[in-house]
Design a protein around this ligand. Sequence first.
Ligand code: GUN
Length: 291
Amino acid sequence: MADIIDGNAVSDRIKDELSENVDALADEDVTPGLATVLMSDDGASETYVSMKQRACENIGINSVHVEIDPEAPEQELLDKVDELNEDPEVHGILVQMPVPDHVDERKVLQRIDPMKDVDGFHPENVGRLVAGDARFKPCTPHGVQILLGAADVDTTGKDVTIVGRSNIVGKPLANLLVQSGENANATVTVCHSKTQNLEEKTKAADIVVAAVGVPELIDGSMLSEGTTVIDVGVNRVDADTEKGYELVGDVEFESAKEKADAITPVPGGVGPMTIAMLLYNTVKAAGLQHG
Ligand code: GUN
């Protein structure tokens, strides 16, 4: 039976450390500021953004929130990004993805000042990450990396199978784990919807990271004994609960935990780490802009 990797505990520790960094910046009259921009009426996106704002406020980061009508023209979002780029009290800018179909996501990401790009999605920051010289590591992959370290999972020389090739998680995580350095040096396989024999790849892995957004795609029968399982998925599925849904991961937890050595739960695994690493990047951005 697997150990449960407690993302809440690890993220709380990181937030405590960051809180000290925020106090040190206050001595220099700097209050880190994060602007969140939401152009969506999707309930999950609204929830994520409000969790990010709350987490900021809890450790003394100034939080500014901007909502843009999902029907508004793309230019309105670009103009808002321009304004936030110029605002000296805003050190980090996060435009919650996905944006509506009529908005060109790439154009938006390229508009954010790379020094304020706390998501690490601007092409300049993506390039730096791939070259092994990251300025801002994307929050979820960085959170996974830190969580593995905190759970004493040695990645050096290990076979990691990542299921999912998104720009937000799969691709940057593969880049981070394959590099030299702490919590890295892994041999990485990235799987996706066109992968043949997925089960062969997950069974061959020492560490499986599921980040596809398909509820409970990976179950215990697809894992070898002793695997570490990191579940990035957060899927709302219909259920007879007060809210009418429940959250499940990309991994079928009950069967996977019988096979795995260690596993992250959903919720309470990777999710809190994403938020902690966003705060980390925001504090770093404030330091860089005032250094
Ligand atoms: N949508 C899902 N994950 C993320 C994230 O890490 N950052 C942003 N901006 N949008 C997201």
